[in-house]
Design a protein around this ligand. Structure first.
Ligand SMILES: [Ca+2]
Length: 211
């Protein structure tokens, strides 16, 4: 299931376009999440986490963050996941690309996951939910995300949120960018590679605290 509560993303770049150009470090910048930490949300054209370059890819990670259409920065805390992938790795017929998933375990122990295996999209009792799941070639999405989760203003429980990504279906590998916002402030960003060889594994990327 895919729920789209925002306008659809721009069309992905054609084959031969640019895959992820993320930083060489496999993860992280910006530890959370104290008052005043982090940086403001970049405006249109800024903060492109998936810039051009590379050898032919798909997904619209760069478009989303560069176009100002980043669907994060809502509620008390929100998570946005995008990824880019190689069209050449999609066996010809799966041009929508891999389906990777976002997961979060909230301070109450509730697991939100777009994989929906022993988890759910929510809403949880505290209002947390995944309201967008890009299933790539296996759904209506075009691959690349965004996927997003958020807790509405005044609803997010205090405590530690553990979050990560999961390979669900597809071929090859992706370069992902996961951003976490407290309100409209970007407080963490994780980038890295996820591959089909990690299918089914809940890869933990980090933790963030709401206090
Ligand atoms: Ca997905």
């Amino acid at each position: 299931m895919e729920v789209q509560a925002v306008p659809p993303p721009p069309m992905p770049p054609p084959a031969g376009g640019a895959p992820e150009g993320s930083s060489p470090s496999a993860s992280s910048s910006g530890q959370a999440a104290g008052a005043g930490a982090g940086q403001t949300v970049p405006g249109p054209g800024a903060g492109n986490a998936a810039g051009p370059g590379g050898d032919g890819g798909g997904g619209d990670a760069g478009n989303w963050f560069a176009s100002g259409l980043d669907p994060g920065s809502r509620g008390d805390i929100s998570f946005t996941l995008v990824w880019s992938f190689s069209i050449d790795a999609q066996m010809g017929e799966r041009r929508g690309g891999p389906d990777i998933d976002l997961w979060i375990v909230d301070p109450d122990g509730f697991r939100l996951s777009s994989s929906r295996e022993g988890a759910g999209l929510g809403p949880s009792k505290n209002g947390g939910q995944i309201d967008m799941d890009d299933r790539g070639a296996w759904g209506d999405g075009d691959g690349g995300g965004p996927e997003r989760a958020f807790w509405p203003t005044g609803g997010a429980p205090k405590g530690t949120y553990v979050y990560g990504v999961r390979w669900y279906l597809g071929f090859g590998s992706v370069q992902y960018t996961l951003r976490i916002y407290r309100g409209s402030t970007l407080v963490q960003e994780k980038t890295g590679r996820l591959g089909a060889d990690q299918r089914g594994e809940n890869v933990e990327l980090g933790r963030t605290i709401v206090d």
